[in-house]
Structure formats: structure tokens, C-alpha cells
Design a protein around this ligand. Structure first.
Ligand code: ATP
Length: 441
């Protein structure tokens, strides 16, 4: 089992670059701090993370629907939500080395942790990115890049509720980019200034808030375990009252044991009726829900599980990373859950002759036709080809050998157990689909 050391982060960053998961943004220009690009394998992995979230939050639920709202929104939204006045971090600078820090991340404010120089007083620093809409750059044209996707959901609350004819408890889910001008981004894709969120606002009768808060805390914790994260590397941590965001009555974080320590993956917050009431007041349009049964209007309470697609992707990579053997026999295995693996199956002819490539290519095409993302590889020894697939987390390898040509069977090799057995060539796709389905049970 790989030991979680701080070096693990640099090992993962290197693996991600070498195998095409994640590259530094604008690399040929020297890079842009905290910005990252997802390569061919990374984009598949992150899409799988988002699709697994969507499946479990929307597709498989009777009472949750989706939304895709715009990133730029009316600037008054950020006044109403409290982000203009309250969405700030405490910033201090070192007078000597000019380094900037988030004051709440420092153990002491007496001196600079890097050079021991004197620190400035704390200033509030608003995290929202500003830009201008239209050709004139003045105060009346200022707009903000959204710092959370949630507000797009709140302002559409009645549009969605009425058009989809929903009755609390019900949820609206959204996946999309958010932007925060973080003072100290870092730890690879853990904290960046541009990132993707996966948020769901669950609207409930006010008296049911505690019940649903507990339900979603457990459900979201379980989602990580169901997708392969080891239980011992996950924990739920309640926020202290002085940590709570301005809108929250209670909040619990799902934390993961990263190589740099326990850190937040997702927050589940009880946002009360704060946002719906604020938008009703600031827009002059009531967002109260009309209950047909009691013939009364009321503001539902909101339970919000808010996760980050990039952080979650990093956690899955870290948790899956494993090394077996020593010296020449050392091999890296990404033990990703099959539903998350960028490539589900590799199709490998044992040698490049005797009709094996033709048979393998036929199987490869069938898998692609069945939407099973696969990879065809005929170069180098079979052992090296298996090792290359283990390193990127491919759960299954299909090998075509001389027996395949005689009896139309192939070898199926499983990544984690390294077990190998023969199956009918005609049933490869069905068997892989069933295995991936079983892995989610
Ligand atoms: P943190 O305390 O780490 O700054 P937060 O509590 O402000 O995070 P939320 O506002 O609860 O974060 O956002 C929900 C989720 O969005 C987080 O749990 C995280 O997964 C993701 N997220 C927030 N900020 C960032 C960021 N700068 N980079 C990547 N993901 C982020």
C-alpha cells in the first residue's frame, strides 16, 4: 500500500502530466498560476466524476431536476446574496518579503512564516472576479464571474418549480464553472481560481430542515465510498459556529485525507430561507412557494450539498494511487473505481500477426460502438502493455492470442486481482457492462 507522504503530491502531478491527465495551463509561456488544463485522460476522468454525481443526484431521483444557468448574472444578485459585502478572506502581507497570506490559515500573526518579517494588519479581500459588460468600462457596467453556482438556482427557483410542477421537498442541481480570486491557491487542482462546482439546492418545508440536513450529510459521505474512496480516508467535520458562512445555520464538511492533511471536499449546509428571502426583497418579486393544500405561501428552507469536481477528481486520484513490488518489478496501479476510469478496457493482440490484430480491432470497434471507452495497443511486450494500463487505472484488459483464433475466446484480465480467465469474444461487451454495473452495487 502506498504511504501517504507529501512526496505523493509531486508523484501524482508528474504522473498526471506524463500520462496526459492534467497539464499546467499556458505552459509554453511559463504557466499561469493555479490554472490547469485537463488532457485526454483527465477530461474523461473528470467527466466521469461529474456524470456519476449527476446520475446519483438527478437521474436516479424522482424529485431532483437539473439547471444550467449563466456565469454572468445581474450584479444585484451578489448584493442580495451578501457576496459583495461578505464574501471576503482576511489578507495579510509580509512587509519584508512581500508574500501574501490568508490570515486564518496562519498559526500566528506575529511574524511572516517564510522570512520572519513583520506582517501588515488584516485587510478584507473580496474574492469575486470583476469584469465589464459592453464597451464602456465604468461602475454601471460592472459584472462578476459567479463565485458559486447556487445563486443561479435561487433566482430560478419559481421558474423551475412552476415549469416542472414540483412540491417541496425537491431539489435543483447544477454543475458549472465558478471563479474565486483566492489569495493563496495551491496544492495542484485542490484550490484554484477557476474551478467546477457540483451543487444541489434541496428545498424543504422549514420544519423538515434538520431531517434533510442529516439525510444529505450521510448520502453525500456514502457517495465517495460507493465510488471507491477508502472509509479511513474520509470524515465528516461539523463547522464551529464562528466558521459558518453568513447564510448558514449549520454546515458539515466531507473531508479527505490528502497528502497535505485533512481538507474539505464538499460542504453540506443548511442555508435556511436566507437566499430566497434576500432575492425577494432585492428584486421586489416574491420567491415564496404557494402550497396548494394549506393555501399558504411560505419560503422553503434549503439544504445544500456543494462539491468541487476538481477537488473530488484529485481525491480519487490520490486514493487510487498504489505501488506494488520493488526495483525492476515495481509497478504503479491506479485503483480507480471502474465507473471513473478514463479507459474502461484495453484490447491487446498478443502479437502483431496471424490474424490477431484483425480480431482485436473488431472487438475494439464493438466496444466503441457500445459506448465503452476503450484503447487498442499492439506495441511492446504484453507485460508492459498491462503495466501501462494499470498506471492509468484501466480496470480490464482483453487479450487476443492464438487460441482466440481457434475457439473464438479471449483472455479477460482484471486490474486489481490480476486474475485472468477466458470468455467468449462475442460476449466481451456484455460482460464488461455487467461488471461495471455490479461495481456500483
Ligand atoms: P474552502 O474553505 O476550501 O475555501 P469553501 O468552504 O469556501 O472552501 P464552498 O463555498 O463550500 O467552499 O464551495 C463548495 C465546494 O466548492 C468546496 O467544497 C470545494 O470542493 C469547491 N471549491 C471551493 N473553492 C474552490 C477552489 N478555490 N478551488 C477548487 N475547488 C473549490
Amino acid at each position: 500500500m502506498a504511504v501517504k507522504s507529501p512526496n505523493l503530491m509531486s508523484t501524482i502531478v508528474n504522473l498526471c502530466k506524463r500520462r496526459g491527465f492534467i497539464f499546467q495551463s499556458s505552459e509554453i509561456y511559463g504557466g499561469l498560476n493555479s490554472c490547469w488544463d485537463y488532457g485526454p485522460l483527465g477530461v474523461e476522468l473528470k467527466r466521469n466524476v461529474k456524470e456519476s454525481w449527476w446520475r446519483s443526484m438527478v437521474t436516479h431521483r424522482r424529485n431532483i431536476v437539473g439547471l444550467d444557468s449563466s456565469i454572468l448574472m445581474h450584479p444585484k444578485i451578489w448584493e442580495a446574496s451578501g457576496h459583495l459585502s461578505g464574501f471576503s478572506d482576511p489578507l495579510v502581507d509580509c512587509k519584508k518579503c512581500k508574500e501574501r497570506f490568508r490570515a486564518d490559515h496562519l498559526e500566528s500573526l506575529e511574524k511572516c512564516p517564510k522570512c520572519s518579517g513583520e506582517l501588515t494588519d488584516i485587510r478584507k479581500f473580496n474574492l469575486m472576479f470583476k469584469t465589464f459588460m459592453g464597451p464602456v468600462e465604468d461602475n454601471t457596467s460592472t459584472v462578476y464571474l459567479r463565485p458559486e453556482t447556487a445563486q443561479g438556482i435561487f433566482v430560478n427557483f419559481l421558474n423551475v418549480q412552476q415549469s416542472a410542477r414540483l412540491k417541496p421537498p425537491f431539489g435543483i442541481a447544477q454543475i458549472g464553472k465558478s471563479f474565486r480570486n483566492e489569495i493563496t491557491p495551491g496544492n495542484f487542482i485542490y484550490r484554484t481560481r477557476e474551478f467546477e462546482q457540483m451543487e444541489m439546492e434541496f428545498f424543504v418545508p422549514p420544519e423538515e430542515d434538520q431531517k434533510w440536513y442529516e439525510y444529505w450529510s450521510q448520502a453525500r459521505f456514502q457517495w465517495y465510498i460507493d465510488h471507491g474512496i477508502k472509509r479511513e480516508n474520509l470524515r465528516l467535520r461539523d463547522h464551529e459556529s464562528d466558521e459558518l458562512a453568513h447564510y448558514a445555520k449549520a454546515c458539515v464538511d466531507v473531508e479527505f485525507l490528502f497528502p497535505f492533511g485533512w481538507s474539505e471536499l464538499e460542504g453540506i449546509a443548511n442555508r435556511t430561507d436566507y437566499d430566497l428571502k434576500q432575492h425577494s426583497e432585492f428584486s421586489g418579486k416574491s420567491l415564496a412557494y404557494f402550497d396548494e393544500e394549506s393555501k399558504q405561501h411560505y419560503f422553503p428552507y434549503v439544504i445544500e450539498p456543494a462539491a468541487g469536481a476538481d477537488r473530488t477528481t484529485l481525491a480519487f486520484l490520490v486514493d487510487a494511487y498504489d505501488v506494488e513490488g520493488e526495483g525492476k518489478n515495481k509497478r504503479t496501479i491506479l485503483r480507480l473505481h471502474p465507473s471513473l476510469s478514463p479507459i474502461k478496457a484495453a484490447v491487446l493482440p498478443l502479437v502483431k500477426r496471424d490474424g490477431m490484430p484483425e480480431m482485436a480491432e473488431k472487438i475494439y470497434d464493438e466496444l466503441l460502438d457500445d459506448s465503452i471507452k476503450s484503447f487498442y495497443d499492439h506495441s511492446s511486450s504484453i507485460g508492459r502493455r498491462y503495466a501501462r494500463q494499470d498506471e492509468i487505472g484501466t480496470p480490464y484488459c482483453i487479450t487476443v492470442d492464438s487460441q482466440s483464433l481457434e475457439d473464438q475466446t479471449v483472455t479477460l484480465r482484471e486490474r486489481d486481482s490480476r486474475e485472468q480467465y477466458r470468455i467468449a469474444a462475442s460476449s466481451v461487451s456484455e460482460i464488461l457492462k455487467q461488471k461495471m454495473k455490479d461495481a456500483l452495487k
